[in-house]
Design a protein. Structure first.
Length: 355
């Protein structure tokens, strides 16, 4: 067995191990997220070593790898001038290292997109096992507030991951082999989304359906063949359905939605007052201080008093990145998704973006 095959097998094993350890708490540390994040960082470091040993002489520099390197350098330099939570900063850097390592390994064929897909499906299966166990009372809930959460403390995190893996399952359903198995898995995932009751996940599901519809040549041709009157009618029906769905989602957890409105309102004010950011990992500290200042000023409404509580996150990644990393930080964060979406659209790849 040559060096290439040895490294290929090792990187595949490490990636699979990463998927498992990032999903299941080993109970080796004080709290679950620390166990998962440290496992992710260590596995990412090993994959980076594999990538450097093999890829340096065989791979070319891509626009995405340059961008990710710039983003990592920004995080490091930003942390030198603005106080940051070291744990959070290292975790973000680990994510960038993981991206660069896997990107290089995939480009030279040391790992395959099939292996990556299998790892993602493995995570989904672990969540399904946890949800089934919690539903049957065989596995203790991981949260004091929710009976069913999957392998996370927050059921929303599990739900958003599961809806994110649906395009992969749909892609596997188009294959001849295992079509029924993947169709059944897809139905189980949708049932799991119903059990977790995450509004964000359902919004993601609707967006996914819309993307598939937009990229379907057959559907677009049928739409173009419709008369103007039918097109207008279809648009009106779509707007009514979206509005009805939005109102239902709002009323489903009204207090939660109103509470988030307060969080977003104060967070936007924080960005305006401190556009350079407060430091990575310090949203929780600085937001709650800002919220206390808001209530001390006497400007709050009765509804805000009712919905306010201790806040640990912004419930919006873009706002949180802007509060922590400043305007430049949220620009880099947004640019990452824009580049990925444009590349996936250019490659007509609805499941992976081959960077």
């Amino acid at each position: 067995m040559n060096v290439h095959n040895v490294m290929s097998n090792m990187s595949a094993i490490v990636f699979t191990l990463l998927c498992v350890l990032c999903t299941v708490d080993t109970h080796l540390f004080v709290y679950p997220s620390l166990s998962k994040s440290l496992a992710f960082s260590l596995c990412s470091l090993f994959l980076a070593i594999c990538s450097m040993m093999i890829c340096v002489r065989k791979t070319t520099v891509t626009l995405m790898s340059v961008f990710m390197t710039i983003w990592g350098i920004y995080i490091v330099i930003y942390g030198l001038f603005v106080p940051a939570e070291t744990y959070r900063m290292y975790y973000m850097l680990s994510g960038i290292v993981f991206f660069l390592a896997m990107s290089g390994l995939l480009r030279i064929g040391l790992n395959s997109f099939r292996q990556v897909g299998n790892g993602l499906l493995l995570i989904a299966c672990i969540h399904i096992i946890f949800v089934a166990g919690q539903k049957l009372g065989l596995i203790d809930p991981l949260s004091d507030y929710f009976q069913i959460t999957g392998s996370n403390e927050n059921p929303n995190i599990t739900a958003m991951y599961m809806v994110g893996v649906l395009p992969l399952i749909y892609g596997r359903m188009s294959e001849r082999r295992g079509r029924i198995l993947y169709a059944a898995l897809g139905l189980v995932v949708i049932g799991l989304l119903l059990a977790l009751r995450c509004r964000t996940a359902w919004i993601g599901f609707m967006v996914m359906v819309a993307v598939y519809g937009f990229m379907s040549e057959c559907l677009r041709q049928r739409v173009m063949q419709l008369s103007i009157g039918r097109k207008i009618t279809a648009c009106i029906v779509a707007v009514c359905l979206i509005t009805t769905g939005a109102v239902f989602a709002y009323k489903l957890k009204k207090d939660s939605a109103d509470g988030r409105m307060l969080i977003w309102k104060l967070s936007v004010q924080m960005i305006y007052e401190h556009p350079q950011g407060y430091g990575y990992g310090l949203f929780e500290r600085n937001y709650n201080l800002r919220q206390a200042k808001h209530f001390a000023s006497g400007e709050q409404s009765l509804e805000e008093c009712h919905n306010a509580s201790f806040v640990s996150m912004a419930y919006n990644d873009y706002i949180e990145q802007a509060v922590e990393g400043g305007v430049a930080g949220v620009f880099l964060f947004s640019a990452f998704y824009v580049i990925m979406i444009l590349k996936a659209y250019r490659d007509k790849d609805k499941i992976y973006s081959k960077v």
